[in-house]
Design a binder for this molecule. Structure first.
Ligand code: NAD
Length: 390
């Protein structure tokens, strides 16, 4: 790829010192987020150093080190000023109604080249590059780009507060930071649902109560753990690539919905390109939404950060309505939360690299993508270090 250059007054060009692979990159390849233009650089997370700045960037200097928020905002529309940076009126080149602008994005939301590269152009860098203190390492800072703010946003949307019982579906990187955030916001108990043993252990190390959906029915267990009430707060940290249980009592129930799940997959991922074990979309797009509504207590609340494409029409609205449930969802307003999360990392309240202590060293980016796609044991979060800075 040609090296990026300043194209607009508020651009910066950044030398990337660390990037990462995460769940949304896989949606692009599994086709649960469609419309990628061939040749677009992937990647949503980066830490880097300013190499060049346009004349409109008044708060950065050459050589400053910072973290790049995944979603892009310009900073002056009513949405940005209210903290809804992901709904900025001015960042998406396709216009205010086109959707959230983000790095490594499909045609409709850019396309804007991503951050798994040696250099990147950061549009609206006066807002889109948050300076980092020297004391925060690249390992910790890459997780501030996206997954920590996303976990935090999920718990805020679910209105987690003092004493609440919160259930987190999905124990990927986003799920792990959702658990950490729920604890920070005062949750009394956090219950985490997934089936991958290594991810289960990471969540247990954070003090979450574990449910393996391939061994027990998560709904029956949540009801049992909460005296029949259900959970006050639920966070969906899985999205459209959800899987159905393959064994245990929950598999039987999912089997009854097999036809519906198959139709949903065709709708959310009409054009897939699987190769062997890789790049398969999840086989039960609505599973976590259905479980969320079943597991939530009456008058409880649900925050959805797992990504669903515009084609998805799969929410159990009737059941939710009849429980007086509050539901919030969306793309994370990373920039809104980033400054306060930087302070939490700097002060040692949260050490992101400790939460994901099982990161594997990367030897080959394609092999890393393949391992993350099939969720191999230990491959929870993969940091990418460009050859130039390794
Ligand atoms: N809203 C946003 O702005 C935003 C930002 C970042 C990530 N995301 C999304 O958050 C989601 C999670 O991201 P990630 O990087 O942690 O992904 P990931 O793929 O690493 O993790 C997803 C986890 O969900 C588990 N899972 C699958 N089916 C399940 C089920 N039925 N019940 C419970 N768990 C199930 C998987 O085993 C896996 O551990 C993705 O959809 C990603 O795109 C959204």
């Amino acid at each position: 790829m040609p090296e990026p250059a300043i194209r607009a007054p508020n651009d910066a060009v950044v030398t990337i010192t660390a990037s990462a692979i995460r769940g949304t990159d896989l949606h692009m390849i599994r086709s649960t987020v469609a419309g990628m233009v061939p040749g677009t650089i992937l990647g949503h997370e980066a830490v880097g150093t300013v190499e060049a700045i346009g004349p409109g960037v008044r708060n950065l200097s050459i050589g400053d080190r910072g973290v790049v928020p995944f979603t892009i905002g310009r900073g002056y529309c009513s949405y940005c000023r209210a903290g809804h940076y992901a709904q900025c009126d001015n960042a998406d080149p396709n216009g205010p109604a086109a959707g959230t602008a983000f790095f490594g994005s499909p045609k409709d939301t850019g396309p804007i080249n991503g951050l798994q590269a040696e250099y990147a152009r950061i549009p609206f860098a006066h807002v889109g590059l948050v300076k980092l203190p020297e004391s925060i390492s690249d390992d910790d800072a890459t997780m501030l780009s996206d997954i920590f703010p996303t976990g935090y946003f999920g718990t805020k949307m679910a209105e987690v507060g003092d004493g609440d019982t919160a259930v987190v579906f999905g124990r990927g990187p986003v799920g792990q930071f959702t658990i950490a955030s729920a604890k920070m916001l005062g949750a009394g108990r956090v219950i985490a649902v997934d089936t991958i043993a290594s991810r289960l252990e990471l969540a247990r190390a954070q003090g979450a109560e574990m449910i393996d959906y391939d061994r027990e029915d998560p709904i029956a267990t949540i009801k049992d753990l909460t005296g029949g009430i259900g959970a006050d707060r639920i966070i969906d940290a899985v999205g459209a690539d959800a899987n159905r249980p393959s064994s245990g009592p929950a598999a039987e129930k999912a089997g009854q919905r097999a036809k519906q799940f198959d139709q949903e997959v065709k709708r959310v991922a009409p054009e897939t390109n699987p190769q062997g074990d890789n790049w398969h979309p999840g086989d039960a797009p609505s599973q976590v939404l259905a479980w969320s509504v079943e597991a939530v207590a009456k008058a409880g609340s649900i925050g959805i950060v797992g990504v669903y494409p515009p084609a998805a029409q799969i929410f159990p609205i009737g059941q939710a309505m009849n429980k007086n449930v509050t539901i919030k969802m969306g793309n994370t307003n990373h920039r809104h939360y980033l400054p306060r999360l930087v302070v939490m990392v700097e002060s040692g309240v949260v050490r992101p690299s400790k939460i994901l202590s099982q990161c594997e060293p990367m030897t080959d980016v394609i092999a890393a993508y393949e391992a993350v796609d099939t969720r191999q044991p230990g491959w929870v979060k993969v940091e990418l270090v460009p050859a130039a800075t390794a």
